[in-house]
Design a protein around this ligand. Sequence first.
Ligand code: NDP
Length: 464
Amino acid sequence: MKTLVILGASGDLTGRLLLPGVGRLIASGRAPGLALVGAGSDDWTPARWQKRLTESFAESLGAGEQSSGIQELASVQKNSRYQQLDVTAKGELGAFLGTVEGPVAVYFALPPAISQKACEVLKKSELPAGTRLVMEKPFGSSSASAHELNETLAKLVAEDHIHRVDHFLGKSTVLNIIGLRFANRLLEPLWNGEHITKVEIIFDEDLALENRARYYDHAGAGRDMIQSHLLQIMAIVAMEPPATLGEMDVRSSIAAVLRASTVGRTGDTDPGASSRRARYTKGTLKGKHVPGYLSEEGVDPANDTETLAEVEVYVNNWRWAGVPFILRSGKALGRNRKEAVITYKPVPHLPLGFTGTDSPTRLHIGFGPETLTLDLDVNGPGDLFTLDRVQLETELGSDPLLPYGEVLEGVLNGDPLLSVRGDTAEDCWRIVEPAFAAWKSGAVPMQDYAAGTSGPAGWSTSND
Ligand code: NDP
């Protein structure tokens, strides 16, 4: 029997993302014999917890679920219980974990400050052998605080029993990039600064704030997306070939990229100044009026939060020296666009006599839906001296589990492959800190863009 204990059972993350992920995992038959315990500081009745499970699990069930999976889900739900617990009270959490049938995975779905306090308190308790700790983002708020949190966790369990969640690192995303890059002779010899002029990692959302001011107004696009998810994806796009798909090899290759990365070019006196930030003003999104960010409920203008950010990162090693990795993410944009775009250098000489397009070769790796698109110039229909742009497109594999289901499967199987390693979590802060400092000092002005557009004038990405 494995037990998943969710601390923060009543919270938003638990209801909207975590429990639907657990539900899909169980219903897919990929979490046999799982016991589920929810915990929170409120005095919930068993019926209230059961209601929450019913609602969340209903969301997780897709068409074509096997009836055996649905039975398994019903059985896990029936045996699941709620435990009232103040995780910051001395000895309470430790004593409770000692009573749970193990091995146990403890999911900290708590506000970051409470998670930190709970870990501090746990230092005084002996955790049952095999305990795994699952930490949510943000992991610290700077490289120094992430380091401090790592030191606290290291006193509790071994590094490979700590799962720092980045749900963008779903199995399909990671394996699709690794498979594409390292199972094709055609791509890898050209995957370097000799042939590639820039790499863009773009996560543009066509959603505005959606009532998430409580969290987002303190994070902004830079901390919410670039510091965590986008740097992780960049590292997989840029990493050296791992010898195996084991966690040690893959996570070491990811760590090596991030260790070599900086915002701005080596030698820049003010590396953060190359970054850009902007905030949406009122506009129209998908036919509906959207108020400007500063007029959204719960937003404090004093926080000076950006809703669109762009940071130019350099991976300072032999393969990538001089190639900009442009990481960009924003809200309330006209187009939902989630992809890595690899732009190749022009050919050294185009035979004279060709007319038509002369655009760079581009490879797009789409995330949700998982796709691959190659933009090429070919002698298309009509005049053969005229080059035409074509796109070769295919879908990539995806896992039927929801992102949190994918992450939790790794946790329950004791595989940290999809978890962020401690040194990497610190590096992700170290890389972006110069940009955040430049924003705070006002060295990088806040620009604006109307909701529903592609961003401020002058900001453009490939294929805009
Ligand atoms: P919420 O504020 O919605 O929930 C916090 C939970 O913590 C509540 O269930 C609360 O329970 C519990 N809690 C607070 N203090 C204690 C305590 N002393 N002892 C026991 N339980 C306690 O937060 P979210 O769910 O939004 O976020 C949780 C974590 O997930 C955060 O780290 C956040 O950054 C991260 N995250 C959230 C996302 C989201 O979409 N919500 C997305 C990605 C990450 P009670 O009410 O019973 O006190």
